[in-house]
Write a protein that binds this ligand. Sequence first.
Ligand SMILES: C[S@@+](CC[C@H](N)C(=O)[O-])C[C@H]1O[C@@H](n2cnc3c(N)ncnc32)[C@H](O)[C@@H]1O
Length: 203
Amino acid sequence: MSNSNIQTVRGVKLFTKKHKSLKKLLANPDSPEIHGDKVWFSSYFIMDYLAAKPPALKSRILEVGSGWGLLSIFCAQNYDAKVTAVDADKNVFPFLDLHAELNMVKVKSKVCRYENLKPELLAKQDMILGGDICFWDELVEPLYQLITTALEQGVKRIVIADPGRPPFLTLARRCKKLHKAKLKSVSISSPRSHTGYLLTIEN
Ligand SMILES: C[S@@+](CC[C@H](N)C(=O)[O-])C[C@H]1O[C@@H](n2cnc3c(N)ncnc32)[C@H](O)[C@@H]1O
């Protein structure tokens, strides 16, 4: 595949909007409907965190609210992780599949809302990740319940990143109180400068 209109971010290849494969998907009437229409920069906060605190090789990782799943691809590529990308919107997965193929990795996908993820699936995971997934007030409770159930089921690490939207900060406060979560300010300078937060919970 030609390298024009492909950028590489933290070792992961990403089509730019000028690339014909991405243009074709973006022109499809079945396009993502819940903000999964691009890669959001919170995923890069988590990639940098993982680079500093890597998961064990072949860990089982669930990325929730995956959108295009660049974070899932990063985990499959760098840690040979068995990754499942979950999103409520089935229309994000053609974007994930396109980029998984470009990066020559396998990522499983599952259409599911946070609140419908079964405890049995959570019990199989070592880690749960999510970038920019708590952007409406009504997402706080389902995500809090998901985190609580995942911890009960033995998930060892949960990492959620966000630019600092109020619903995320509400979720973070609740998790700090009941789950000894840590909230840390973070910043990146590439692919662009951004600041935000990482919420980490160790079980
Ligand atoms: C702002 S995007 C972030 C996408 C990706 N994590 C990233 O960093 O590029 C939020 C994603 O969460 C998904 N989403 C929203 N509400 C959801 C829910 N209740 N359950 C599962 N996924 C949801 C959307 O479809 C969208 O793909």
